[in-house]
Design a protein around this ligand. Sequence first.
Ligand code: CTP
Ligand code: MG
Length: 230
Amino acid sequence: MANFHVIIPAAGSGSRMAADLPKQYLPLAGRPMIAWTLEPFLSCERISSVHIALSPDDSHWQAHAPHHPKLSILHCGGLSRAETVLNVLKGLHVEQSDWVLVHDAARPGLTPQLLNYLLDELQDDAVGGLLATPVADTLKRADAKNRVASTEPREGLWQAQTPQMFRYGILKEALIQAGEPPTDEAQAIEALGFSPKLVIGQLRNFKVTYPQDLALAEAMIAAYHQEARK
Ligand code: CTP
Ligand code: MG
């Protein structure tokens, strides 16, 4: 049976967060964000290995992050997220048919239940896929002055999240062949002519991007763990 491996690209600088530290190290409910992000993968028995990709000059990991026998730390970050992921894939010695899940370091809200749901939905799939949510709000197209130019139909539109889960061999090939760096793994897979499956995610798995997102992420994590302790 195919094994499941996880790659966490964590080599970004968090420019939109504009904090003293890269956002993956900022404190959330008593722990660094990256510790919350890693938790569901480290505690999931179905996951064989977890690989975190840091920037080559990252000096924060030691002070902020957990140790775990399943976890390997790689200072192989590239100029884009796609390059970071490809650098990890090139050094991974796993079966071509093994599954690789790529998950943003800045998504600390993934739950074990949502992770297991994704694995269940995709483990027998021919292509693989990703967590995503159908667009709920009305969509407006802006003109150059940020006035509404038009209202766009939202039918059939989804917002991509992570984990994105594909077979090792196909994912590596897709990222090697990609020209302009794709913004997610699915885009590279699509360029090879495949149609990744959309698996319904949850809003709580949002990507922490701006300073105001921290309070929301903290409240969400604190509430979840209070509930889990009951
Ligand atoms: N990432 C990476 N290597 C890069 C750029 C991004 O590993 N060269 C990672 C980030 O660390 C993050 C994920 O990709 O976990 C998603 O990227 P994003 O949310 O855009 O994070 P940053 O690039 O750090 O933030 P910003 O775009 O605001 O600078
Ligand atoms: Mg970025």
